[in-house]
Each structure stands twice: as C-alpha cells, then as structure tokens.
Design a protein around this ligand. Sequence first.
Ligand SMILES: [Zn+2]
Length: 238
Amino acid sequence: MPLVAVVGLGGLGCPAAWALARAEVSLRLLDEDRVERSNLHRQMLYTEADVGRAKVDAAARALLDAGPQVALEAMAEHVTPDSALRLFEGVSLVVEGSDNLATKFLVADACATLGIPVVHGACVGWVGTVLPVVWRAGACYRCVFEDLPLDDGSAASCVTAGVYGPVTSVVGALMAADALSFLAGDTSRAGHLGRYDGWAQSWRSTPMRARADCPLCRPGAAPPTLTPDRYGAACGDV
Ligand SMILES: [Zn+2]
C-alpha cells in the first residue's frame, strides 16, 4: 500500500486526509500545531474537545474512529529545510496544504529532489487552487509560481485575507482526487492548474507549460539546495 504524506492538517489537509483514508491509503500526517478554537469552522476533523491537542493526534483519532482501519503515522513536526527529506523518506506522494509560500516552495523542491509527485493546494478568500505535479511530466510548482515574493506584505494569504471554510473543503477533496488518480497510475492532470471559485461556483483547469528556464526542472538544472536562507521563516497550515 502506498504511503502518502499530508503536509498541514488544516482546512485543506483535513478533508484531503479524510478522503484518502476512506480510500484506505496509508498516511503520514505532518503538522506541529495544536488545534485552536478559531480553526474549528474549517478544519473538519476536529471538535471542541480537541482544542489544545496536537493536530496530528486529533486527526489520527478522527480518521481511525471513522474506520476502515488504515495505517497512520502521526508526526508532530513541521516540514523545514532540515527535516524535509527525512520526513518524506519512504513516501510515494505528498499532499501539500500548508498556508504559507515558504513551505510550498520547500515541499516543491524536496519532492523534486526525491523525484516524488506532489499535489499542492492553496486557498485565499473564496478562491482555491490545486496543482498536481509529477516530476518532469509537465509544469512544476516553480514553472508556475517561480519563487517567493518579496517579503513586503503585498502577497495576500489566508491569514491576511481570510478563508471560507466550504472552499477549503472542496479544494481539499479535489487534492485527494488528484492524489488518488496519481496512485492509480493516471498522470494526465499533472501540471494542470485547477482554480475553484466558491463565490462564482466555477471550476477551471488549465494545462500549464513547463518553462524552459525553470530553475527547478529545466534540463541540466542543479538540484535545489534546501537551506533555510532560501525559504525564510514560517511554516503552518490553512
Ligand atoms: Zn519547473
């Protein structure tokens, strides 16, 4: 049975983990945070009784309670430049639902280094995006988003712009669908950027072109160096 790492047990990671566990996929749950009351409206695996508990423990409990039994590894750690390769060891695929760009680029780089597919998800306000990536089979995360923006506060995030709970549930489920397609051997959506608009109730999937000058996946590019200075601070989940 393949092992899938879920990075961030927040608004995206909760529904994605739920759908994957229901499909009897083994999961490695990665998140260092604890459940907060303000999370509950969009993080569907947690209840009032979980406030203060480690998210990975509360999530594992909820997934096991719902059955069927799946193999779960609960690791209360954030993915950092120092830990990424260790945390993804033995993993077939990564589902990335973190809430900050630094972690997204780090996960993209680590998965490229290891040559494992990754499904990225993000939500801001009413809009969510999904980008499933298979290494050297279509566009990668850096083909589409290039690099971290300047840290001048101009980039909107779920922290500054808010995020609507139902949108994260939809996008998390779409991430799980892409992950299950990959696990079934169908990579036809690799490199397609999906965009869900919860206000307009619209979904658009656009094939993205691999950039000839992509710093990560262009032919002959040097492997990324996972050093803290490349990613700045902050790790977390939606
Ligand atoms: Zn690329």
